[in-house]
Design a protein around this ligand. Structure first.
Ligand SMILES: Cc1ncc(COP(=O)(O)O)c(C=O)c1O
Length: 505
């Protein structure tokens, strides 16, 4: 891309200046700007990369006390993304979620939070020893995919727990489905509470008229975005944006020091600076090639193969979800004949050299963006055509069963589905000190889990430590095991057995 007059990346430029002064390194990191690897012909690309991998020096600023080029880069990012203040994250959105929860919840404080959250949110609850009141997700009817809770459930929860410290929602979901947050912001602010949003999958939102609006534009107070997921930052590069006075900004900054390394990676931070500079320099054009590619891909996929990308019904209006949208740069594709699971589609695509972001029982998820090129999409379409030829034509029964149910909250007292959970105290001690035993998954109904089992991706735990196994959870885990899904945290990777708390009499 040609550099325009508006191209400015102060942090990255400081690193280039530092390198071109041919510095003699007497500081960490030990590779000394890659010098240690120069005579190692086995790793030339790695050695080149290290030239910008410096540390906190007088000309490179300090993430934990930014006063120079990092502060300037963060200010520029805040202006681009519409925040009052932006903090760079070198530990992904994970670090941002942990900091937001730790900043707002002391031990025992209530956080209203949707049940279908990434595991980093559960870890934040554990570290803060917060008390969660979980809300069941709502489901988009046509796709069966879980979204944020309905506005009416949130209203009930706020009435029931006005002492809550904040509300945390995760929007959009991994499949690119989301809900307009404006009415949620209005409701939550009417209780004087901050809305914290895990917008890990929406870093590009609001940056082109065809893309959905961002959580910040809807009025959210604290927003975490994985810049590395949908923009051009390096893996682990993310941002935490803040606005307004409902969010405790000094506490967030302090908690970021607690959860982030004191030696944050300069290449990652510079990549955040460059990701922002590319947006400022190119503007919405940055997304146009990919938007055009994916729009034609969706049409051709539906017309020329047995596959289709999930879409919203033309006439929307599912109760409470009027403002539902789909990210045009993401396609959740399923086999219309119902023959192949998402996992099977994913592995067949890999045989054609096409690597998808993730899969579940029904869908394979493909992400498009500034790096998407026509030739890649042609190859992808060709692969779908070839796979399509192996499917029985004319069968129209897509498989979307069972995607959602276990993410309903379960109340301890009655072990049945409800929309709003009882308050659930979290704490590291529950993970570390509880006596556990291993039993067969088949016999786990009603038992309390001693492990967090998380299909990854999407990273949403199906059961967390301290949660009761329901029959729906057991059935879902058995189905995932049969399909060969990878689950993090399971003591038995085959999911034949699980770890549960020993019963107390
Ligand atoms: C919804 C959601 N939140 C947070 C995260 C964590 O993001 P990161 O990988 O940037 O730490 C993920 C990761 O996939 C995610 O899907």
């Amino acid at each position: 891309m040609p550099l325009s007059d508006t191209w400015r990346a102060p942090l990255y430029e400081a690193l280039l200046r530092h390198r071109s002064a041919r510095p003699h390194s007497f500081h960490v990191p030990g590779h000394a700007l890659g010098q240690a690897l120069k005579e190692t012909p086995a790793a030339p690309d790695y050695a080149a990369m290290l030239q910008l991998d410096v540390t906190e020096l007088s000309d490179t600023d300090d993430l934990h006390q930014p006063e120079g080029v990092i502060l300037e880069a963060q200010h520029l990012a805040a202006a681009t993304f519409g925040a009052e203040e932006t903090c760079f994250l070198v530990g992904g959105s994970t670090a941002g979620n942990l900091a937001l929860i730790l900043a707002h919840c002391r031990p025992g404080d209530i956080l209203l939070v949707q049940r279908n959250v990434h595991k980093s949110v559960i870890h934040g609850l554990q570290l803060a020893q917060a008390t969660a009141v979980f809300l069941s997700p709502s489901y988009e009817e046509a796709s069966g995919l879980a979204l944020i809770p309905s506005l009416s459930d949130l209203a009930t929860a706020l009435q029931q727990y006005p002492q809550a410290k904040a509300v945390l929602l995760s929007n959009p979901n991994y499949y690119g489905f989301g809900v307009g947050l404006e009415p949620y912001v209005e409701l939550i602010h009417s209780y004087g509470l901050p809305l914290l949003v895990d917008e890990a999958h929406g870093a590009h939102y609001g940056l082109h008229p065809e893309l959905p609006g961002s959580a910040l534009a809807a009025g959210a107070d604290g927003v975490v975005q994985s810049t590395h997921k949908t923009l051009t930052a390096m893996t682990m590069g993310a941002m935490l944006h803040m606005q307004g006075n409902r969010i405790d900004r000094p506490a967030v900054r302090q908690m970021l020091q607690l959860v982030q390394s004191s030696s944050p990676s300069y290449p990652i931070m510079a990549s955040l600076d460059i990701a922002r500079a590319m947006i400022d320099s190119a503007g919405p054009i940055l997304f146009e090639p990919a938007l055009a590619c994916v729009s034609s891909f969706r049409k051709r996929l539906a017309n020329e193969t047995q596959f289709e990308a999930a879409n919203l019904p033309i006439v929307q209006g599912q109760e409470g979800l009027e403002a539902c949208y789909i990210d045009p740069l993401r396609a959740a594709v399923q086999d219309r004949t119902g023959t192949l699971s998402g996992y099977a589609i994913q592995s067949k695509l890999e045989a054609y050299g096409c690597w998808a972001e993730m899969a579940n029982e029904a869908y394979v998820v493909l992400i498009f963006g500034p790096g998407t090129r026509d030739k890649d999409v042609e190859t992808l379409l060709g692969a779908f055509k070839k796979i399509s030829e192996t499917l029985e034509p004319g069968r129209d029964r897509p498989n979307k069963s069972g995607l959602g149910t276990p993410l309903e909250v379960t109340n301890d007292r009655e072990v049945h589905s409800d929309r709003i959970s009882d308050p659930i105290p979290f704490g590291i001690h529950l993970v570390r000190e509880q006596a556990t035993e291993i039993i067969s998954l088949q016999e786990a109904e009603g038992r309390i889990s001693g492990e967090m089992i998380t299909p990854y991706p999407p990273g949403i735990p199906l059961v967390y430590v301290g949660e009761r196994f329901t029959q729906a959870t057991i059935t879902r885990l058995q189905r995932l095991a049969a399909l060969g899904a990878k689950c993090q945290g399971a003591s038995d990777s085959t999911l034949t057995t699980v770890r549960v708390w020993v019963k107390t009499v």
